[in-house]
Design a protein around this ligand. Structure first.
Ligand SMILES: Cc1ncc(COP(=O)(O)O)c(C=O)c1O
Length: 482
């Protein structure tokens, strides 16, 4: 197995990996897969950037459904009050995604072409140690963040956009319609459609369309057709515009528009960026990679954190841990904005996924499908409900939720930018804020806690959010002076 070397901790550990089954703790192999140059190195936990080789990209998705204590309450038809039939959902979604929505198996193989797309666009992503942030906080905690910001569109959303576009393309669909809040999901769908040769129409929530014009341009660069929602393209959009001129829009309204578009245009399928089981399933590549990366440095998390809009990035990181008994005592924390606090303040009941009431009803924590969240900068978290599996896990007390206002969140984002160099998306800054609070508790208790958070996206298109923070015009639960 080659020659063993001991090296000082200061060596850049990004190029190292440990042969877990062979080597004792703290010994790592340089160029582990090269037969000739195996040098084992002692770097313990001084690694700051933990990388996986391409062949370590997960081969399967992990399905949380068989791991729930009770069967998940099914989506119900508002007309009949009965569980919806798969064929009803096929009018909207690709058949394969409908099948995945109710998958009984614990895992699902990722098709080779899709794995190739993941590799091409930056998976596996790094796990990085927040040494600068730790130093600034003077905490004994070790904080790690999963770098979903490195995807070309800037967030985790590409993981499911690629999958949904791929399955639709395989079934002969020529066009996808969707909504987008912050613009991250729309950008991901636009790129996925460009990659798999589909057309894309994207309804972008007006508040974000105005706050972030360059996101709209980015989607158009990839070839998508982008419109501000409420729009005049759909009956529902026209009704909203005439009843509430200048309405800021919401994810619920944009979803209604994309659904109406899909139902009125044969050959079009709808894709959703969060909430549904198949969407969360596709995101589980994140947590599987993180588990391997933490194993490489012999770390076991005490806390796993993600921000929650509909719940996909949090689930993507947390669910693979939740399915393993080794991680039983871990504190799984979903973080939401106070301005749209469905998990901490919503009711658990059946509700529509969209504002017009076109979707089946889902059993989830909700603020009500007609709730219009204030125009906070974290547009991707302005959603009235949450994934039914997340609600079920909250009720099982296997995960918990916290809420913050956007001033404290963006301050946390700014601190992260100054200490780690990465400007986080306002959505992701929610997870950072929760990690900072845990690290402060760890300091009080002098406990070397291991905290893992999902850096779900970068904030390069969110300068207006940081600008209003620095100008002092930011209001805790609404956007700036608007
Ligand atoms: C960067 C980023 N993080 C998080 C979210 C929230 O979505 P989810 O809860 O599905 O991860 C969004 C949604 O647009 C986003 O753009």
């Amino acid at each position: 197995m080659g020659t063993l070397f001991w090296i000082p901790r200061r060596i850049c550990a990004g190029h190292l990996s440990r042969e877990r089954s062979v080597l004792p703790y703290g010994m790592y192999v340089l160029g582990a897969r090269s037969r000739h140059t195996r040098e084992v190195l002692d770097v313990n936990r001084s690694q700051t950037r933990i990388l996986l080789d391409q062949e370590e990209l997960p081969k399967n998705y992990i399905n949380i459904l068989p791991y729930l204590k009770e069967p998940l309450p099914p989506p119900i038809s508002p007309q009949t009050g009965e569980p919806v039939k798969p064929e009803d959902l096929c009018a909207l979604f690709s058949r394969e995604c409908v099948r995945q929505e109710m998958l009984p198996a614990k895992t699902l193989k990722i098709p080779a072409e899709l794995r190739e797309a993941y590799l091409r666009f930056g998976r596996p992503t790094p796990l990085q140690r927040a040494v600068g942030l730790e130093r600034e906080l003077k905490t004994p905690a070790r904080i790690y963040y999963k770098r979903e910001d490195v995807s070309p569109t800037g967030s985790h959303k590409l993981n499911t956009a690629m999958a949904q576009a791929y399955f639709a393309m395989k079934e002969g669909t020529g066009r996808l319609a969707t909504e987008t809040g912050a613009g991250q999901w729309g950008s991901a769908v636009a790129l996925a459609c460009a990659y798999f040769g589909l057309r894309a129409t994207i309804y972008m929530v007006r508040a974000s369309y105005e706050q972030k014009p360059y996101r709209g341009i980015m989607m158009r660069v990839y070839g998508a057709d982008v419109t501000s929602s409420p729009s005049d393209r759909t009956k529902f959009g026209r009704r909203m515009n005439s009843e509430h001129p200048g309405h800021p829009g919401s994810l619920g309204i944009a979803i209604s528009e994309a659904l109406e578009d899909t139902l009125g245009n044969p050959g079009t399928k709808y894709v959703l960026g969060s909430v549904l089981n198949h969407v969360l399933l596709h995101q589980t590549v994140i947590g599987q990679e993180a588990i391997k990366q933490l194993e490489m440095i012999d770390e076991t998390p005490d806390a796993v954190i993600g921000c929650v809009g509909g719940g996909s990035n949090f689930a993507g990181l947390a669910y693979p841990f939740l399915t393993k008994t080794a991680y039983k005592g871990v504190d799984f924390i979903g973080v939401e904005p106070e301005a749209c606090a469905k998990m901490t303040r919503g009711e658990y009941r059946y509700d529509y996924g969209d504002t017009a009431g076109l979707t089946p009803k889902l059993k989830m924590h909700t603020l009500g499908a007609d709730f219009t969240p204030p125009r906070i900068h974290a547009g991707g978290l302005r959603y009235h409900g949450v994934a039914p599996t997340i609600s079920a896990l909250i009720l099982e007390k296997r995960i918990r939720a916290v809420a913050y206002n956007q001033v404290e969140v963006l301050e946390a984002g700014r601190l992260f930018a100054r200490t780690e160099g990465i400007i986080p998306a306002p959505e992701s800054a929610h997870a950072i804020k929760a990690a900072i609070d845990l690290a402060a508790d760890a300091k009080k208790q002098n406990a070397a806690k291991v905290i893992v958070l999902n850096l779900s996206g970068h904030g390069h298109f969110d300068m207006s959010a940081y600008g209003s923070l620095m100008d002092g015009t930011l209001n805790g639960n609404a956007a700036g002076a608007a």
